[in-house]
Write a protein that binds this ligand. Structure first.
Ligand code: CUA
Length: 327
């Protein structure tokens, strides 16, 4: 086999860790643990860079020794030197280095007991395949939403996680570590956003056919903007719900102020103001609403949203108009 210059260059790049470098440089900062926007994520990124730097330094030394062993002078080494080399390189150096890295890693762990109350509590229920989000008010009641997480910068936020069906995992890489949402259990995850911006979270535990189609948008606001957003989110919708009731949507979905019986699917009170439809699967446009209504089963296999392709076009049109108006 002949190696041209390109082959050789690629081989060298791979050898020098080019693959991770290319992968990391291509990371999208909205969903990257290495572009932290939260206190925990900053710790994770710090740990990663220190570990990576340590690994690269040790790799260079080991490869240097290997090259020296193969190409170096061919004569027996001084036995005393060899003994010392093994003692230092094989016992002392790994013990000290690993102890330091262990100490450094443990020092970045979050505190075990968090008894003080958080600034905001958000209830997250992982469903198949979307996220039920409830913002807790001071009186304990919740403002229902779905598939988007809005937070005020600087606040200590407590996510209360559960699932009614299978295990999912809730992860906002830019803010911190992930935590599983487990049926029959309530897990608590605390995160503290440190800068405003738009980010993305995802499910990171295989949960079924559309596991890869349950993402969510994350918006970190200034505190006053968050308060305004939450107030808007809490307000009921102003809409004519005739088409909604006629098509049977109200059996599963709630539009506060219009129809509040449905509790199976996402709350649709302000669905048109969300960034995406079907939990990060479609853009939020009238044509995507139409596609979702008539082809939900092929867009998101295994989801509980029925396909409404049997409805006449004018009823689909009326539903799209209603949903588009829910800002
Ligand atoms: Cu939910 Cu994977």
């Amino acid at each position: 086999m002949q190696f041209d210059a390109g082959h050789r260059q690629r081989a060298v790049l791979v050898g020098l860790g080019g693959v991770p470098a290319v992968v990391l440089s291509a990371c999208n900062p909205v969903q990257s643990a290495l572009h932290p926007a939260g206190a925990d994520a900053a710790g994770v990124a710090q740990l990663f860079w220190v570990m990576a730097a340590g690994a690269v330094a040790i790799w260079i030394v080991v490869i240097g020794c290997a090259i020296y062993a193969v190409l170096g002078r061919r004569r027996p080494s001084n036995e005393k030197f060899a003994d010392r080399f093994i003692l230092v390189g094989g016992v002392a150096f790994p013990s000290v280095t690993l102890a330091f890295l262990l100490y450094f890693g443990l020092s970045l762990l979050p505190a075990w007991t968090e008894t003080d109350s958080p600034d905001l509590r958000v209830h997250v229920t992982a469903e198949q395949f979307w996220w039920r989000i409830g913002y807790e008010r001071p009186d304990g009641s919740r403002i229902e939403s779905a598939n988007e997480v809005h937070l005020p910068v600087g606040a200590v936020v407590e996510f209360v996680l559960t699932s009614p069906d299978v295990i999912h995992s809730f992860w906002i890489p830019a803010l911190g570590g992930k935590m599983d949402a487990v049926p029959g259990r309530t897990n608590v995850l605390r995160l503290q956003p440190t800068r405003t911006g738009s980010f993305r979270g995802a499910c990171t535990e295989f949960c079924g056919a559309s596991h890869a189609l349950m993402a969510f948008a994350v918006e970190i606001h200034e505190p006053e903007d968050f308060a305004t957003w939450l107030e808007d989110e809490a307000a009921p919708a102003q809409a004519d719900g005739a088409a909604f009731a006629k098509a049977g949507c109200s059996a599963c979905h709630t539009i506060r102020g219009v129809s509040e019986l449905g509790a199976v699917g996402p709350d649709l009170t302000h669905v048109a103001s969300r960034q995406t439809l079907a939990a990060g699967t479609l853009e939020n446009t009238p044509s995507a609403f139409r596609d979702w209504l008539v082809a939900s089963d092929s867009i998101k296999p295994g989801s509980h949203m029925p396909n409404f392709a049997m409805l006449p076009p004018d009823e689909i049109g009326a539903l799209v108009a209603l949903l588009e108006g829910l800002r």
